[in-house]
Write a protein that binds this ligand. Structure first.
Ligand SMILES: Cc1ncc(C[n+]2csc(CCOP(=O)(O)OP(=O)(O)O)c2C)c(N)n1
Ligand SMILES: [Mg+2]
Length: 774
């Protein structure tokens, strides 16, 4: 008798001996066009094909464990027990975009089988992922993911539930493209006809359904709860979302049991999400219910969840000692529900196949998997750091500059009348110098004109026009389809951007305050910034996230509205972090971020210093020194600011001291520099403008020009920007003098006490004088 430990050998043996023991009944005589069970819709032919997909997935799991044991494989989380998800694939079209759970291997195999033979070799794809082969077609050996552009499977990360908010955004984008809306609700063709640039979205049909699968423990994750809530909330407001969630419920999250009944209860009770339930171990039931769910979503364009009861065979992953937390009886019980055996039974009982036939099919597929494993196991891996990072965040600055130049030509030519109309006859370049807030507003307006696929959304951005008025008037100018208030959830705001970007739109979401980015930060780090990395650029989520932040707000404060922590952004690989300090820079840099999104799929954070939004003066009251004129389109090319280029302001001779700073530090440093220049100490104040990537060449050149460097860093001393700037100087071999002023390592207090911990002009001046005296 076999013991109740679901090892790969055990599982394989059980399948073989079970089928071998089934009586060789009368030869199969079922009509392959007939359904294997009444009302299931699953014909004999389909059931056989899906059996193949299930067996393929099973053998891939077994092979992954063998490869691991041989030291040639690096990933053993498998799909065994979840193979019913092949029935979900069968209910969908291969053109329906899918974001898959890591146990959706049979779904992947079934979808591959829906394409012309030879187009996608699911076995080779998956095994290449397991051995981290550089030839793996989607992630190129960077991770074992399910992903394929041919199959419209978008790779997901290993962070539980983090793909769900993106799925909501993708459903939004699919529906938006179906409705073909641009700014004024007219057909999307308008944009193409006017010769304006249109991002080419992946070719998802207009009636596509977005599929998003995940495990049962994942339903409790904040990201999942956010996505369910946002899908339901959207439905409640009448927004259509063609989205099918699939919960593959094996009752466990590694070793932790989902309380009996909880998953069904919680999924059933989601307002705005229709609930379907199927036995995921039973292919006919899964297919029948999945078909109903898919056709309901496709017809109504509304969200639904399919709750699939599955089992987990062979533990959580290869190294999981399941017996430490499950009884042999429990494990044994799950083994009796093995979906492969159930499908085999279905086929045999329906007279579609004999046990021996199925066994030889099982062996045939197993043989192919083994052969392929032998072929790919020693394939080259990524061979250098350069290869690893190649797809992360490609930058084509020339193309970005050209894109801006083209947009400028259109704005000054073909789109001039539209600019007049949208700006109400008062073009911003004709209305005098602007504040930073006004410049962002005017630039967003111009960008919305030049990019019909652009959308501005976030908390309070539409009707109110933003807490600080930065987006005022945009909704009236472009309508609620393109400028809209979201619900209050930063994870969902970013998720909407992620899916919208993936779906060919150009999202410009706003996060109301930097402090409130942090609870949603994984959507930027784990999802947005990694998409190119895990798909070698096959998928991208261009996005410009505007965030109001940094400190020094007068009369309104405390930590939450004066957060100045950017460390969490600066270490996200590939993310661009822009911090404009002046109006003219804000306009040029925002155009750059949008162009980089368009050209390279770049994800940028555009961090706007709140305290400078409405600042007008620099040195004396009324001098208007912090205002700048808005550049007319014919000057956009000349005033273009490439990513990673700083700006230097010189006072006096500018040869005694270099101040390296950004944001609020620029204005304070300029005021100090003016005082020092009057005493004959010529200073240059360098506005870094980009905190990631840092303007290394400019930093090194400007530091070397004086040999005295003062880093004025308004962020915290530990983990602050100053650390990076000083490290860059050391790396570059800078040998001059250097000092740093930075904020105290604390959260900011409310009221005037904040001045004790923030960098002030006095501290800057003291440090500058100390350097000048050295
Ligand atoms: C955010 C996050 N926290 C923890 C983990 C570690 N982890 C990986 S799988 C898993 C259990 C997931 O259970 P479930 O959602 O039921 O999926 P299953 O593996 O059972 O199919 C955990 C905790 C993770 N990947 N992501
Ligand atoms: Mg589970």
């Amino acid at each position: 008798m076999l013991c109740s430990v679901s090892t790969s050998h055990d599982l394989d043996e059980r399948f073989r001996s079970a089928l071998a023991a089934w009586p060789a009944s009368t030869p199969p005589n079922g009509d392959p066009h007939a359904t294997v069970r009444p009302d299931s819709g699953l014909t004999g032919t389909m059931a056989r094909e899906l059996f193949d997909a299930q067996v393929t997935s099973r053998h891939l799991d077994l092979a992954a464990r063998r490869l691991r044991a041989d030291g040639a494989g690096y990933y053993t989380i498998g799909s065994a027990g979840h193979e019913g998800n092949a029935g979900v694939a069968a209910a969908l079209r291969p053109t329906d975009p899918a974001l898959l759970h890591y146990r959706s291997g049979a779904f992947y195999a079934a979808r591959a089988a829906q394409l012309a033979e030879g187009k996608v070799d699911a076995i080779r794809d998956v095994l290449r992922g397991v051995v981290a082969s550089a030839a793996e077609p989607i992630a190129g050996g960077r991770h074992k993911v399910f992903g394929s552009t041919d199959l419209n499977v978008i790779p997901t990360t290993s962070t539980i539930a983090s793909h769900l908010p993106r799925a909501v955004g993708l459903a939004f984008a699919v529906e938006r493209s179906r409705q073909g809306l641009d700014a004024r609700g007219s057909s999307g063709r308008h944009a193409a006809d006017s010769g304006q640039p249109v991002l080419v979205p992946p070719a998802w049909p207009r009636d596509a359904v977005v599929l998003c699968s995940f495990g049962d423990a994942s339903v409790n994750h904040a990201s999942a709860v956010a996505a369910f809530n946002t899908a339901g909330w959207s439905d409640f407001t009448g927004l259509r979302l063609p989205l099918l969630f699939v919960c593959e419920d094996n009752g466990l999250g590694i070793s932790v049991r989902s309380p009996a009944g909880w998953v069904g209860e919680t999924l059933r009770s989601r307002p705005g999400i229709r609930y379907f339930h199927a036995d995921g171990c039973d292919l006919a039931d899964t297919y029948a219910v999945a078909r109903s769910a898919v056709s309901w979503v496709r017809r109504h364009r509304r969200p639904a969840v399919l709750h699939l009861r599955t089992v987990r065979l062979m533990g959580h992953a290869g190294a999981d000692a399941e017996l430490a937390y499950r009884t042999p009886a429990e494990i044994e019980h799950d083994l009796t529900l093995d979906p492969l055996l159930r499908t085999a039974r279905l086929l045999v009982d329906a007279g579609q196949a004999s046990p021996m036939e199925l066994l030889s099919r099982y062996d045939e597929i197993g043989w192919r998997v083994q052969q392929t494993a032998a072929q790919v196991r020693d394939e080259p891996k990524l061979a250098s750091a350069a290869e690893v990072v190649a797809p992360l965040a490609p930058r084509r600055p020339l193309r970005v500059a050209k894109t801006i130049a083209r947009a400028a030509e259109r704005a000054a030519g073909a789109a001039l009348a539209e600019r007049h109309r949208v700006f109400g006859g008062r073009l911003p370049e004709q209305t005098g110098p602007q504040t930073l807030a006004q410049a962002v507003n005017a630039t967003l307006t111009d960008l919305m004109i030049s990019h019909p696929q652009a959308m501005v959304f976030g908390e309070d951005v539409a009707r109110k026009g933003g807490v600080y008025g930065v987006t005022k008037g945009l909704r009236d100018r472009f309508g609620p389809a393109r400028v809209f208030d979201t619900l209050l959830d930063e994870t969902s705001i970013l998720g909407l951007g992620l899916g919208a970007g993936l779906g060919g739109l150009l999202p410009i979401p706003e996060i109301q305050y930097l402090a409130y980015l942090h609870n949603a930060e994984d959507q930027l780090r784990g999802e947005a910034a990694s998409m190119r990395f895990f798909s070698q650029g096959a998928y991208r989520n261009p996005m410009v996230v505007r965030i109001a932040g940094l400190a020094y707000q007068k009369g309104f404060g405390g930590h939450f509205h004066n957060d100045h922590s950017v460390a969490v952004l600066r270490d996200i690989p590939g993310l661009v972090v822009a911090v404009p300090s002046r109006a003219d820079d804000a306009a040029a840099m925002l155009r750059t971020c949008v162009a980089a999104a368009e050209v390279d799929g770049t994800v940028s954070v555009f961090l706007e210093p709140i305290a400078l939004y409405h600042t007008r003066d620099l040195h004396t009251d009324g001098d208007g020194g912090w205002l700048s004129p808005y550049a007319a389109p014919d000057r956009w090319a000349d005033t273009h600011v490439p990513v990673g280029r700083a700006r230097s302001h010189s006072y006096g001779t500018g040869d005694r001291l270099t101040v390296l700073t950004f944001g609020n530090g620029v204005r304070m440093s300029l005021r100090v520099a003016a005082r020092l220049a009057e005493e004959g100490h010529g200073c240059r104040v360098v506005d870094l403008r980009w905190l990631a990537p840092l303007p290394l060449a400019d930093i090194v050149r400007e530091a070397g020009a004086t040999g005295r460097v003062l880093v004025v860093d308004e962020t915290r001393r530990s983990g602050g920007v100053g650390e990076g700037v000083l490290a860059a100087l050391v790396d570059a071999g800078y040998v001059g003098l250097a000092r740093r002023v930075a904020a105290v390592d604390t959260f900011l207090p409310l009221g005037p006490a904040a001045d004790h911990v923030l960098v002030g002009e006095d501290a800057i001046e003291r440090a500058a004088r100390a350097l000048l005296a050295a």
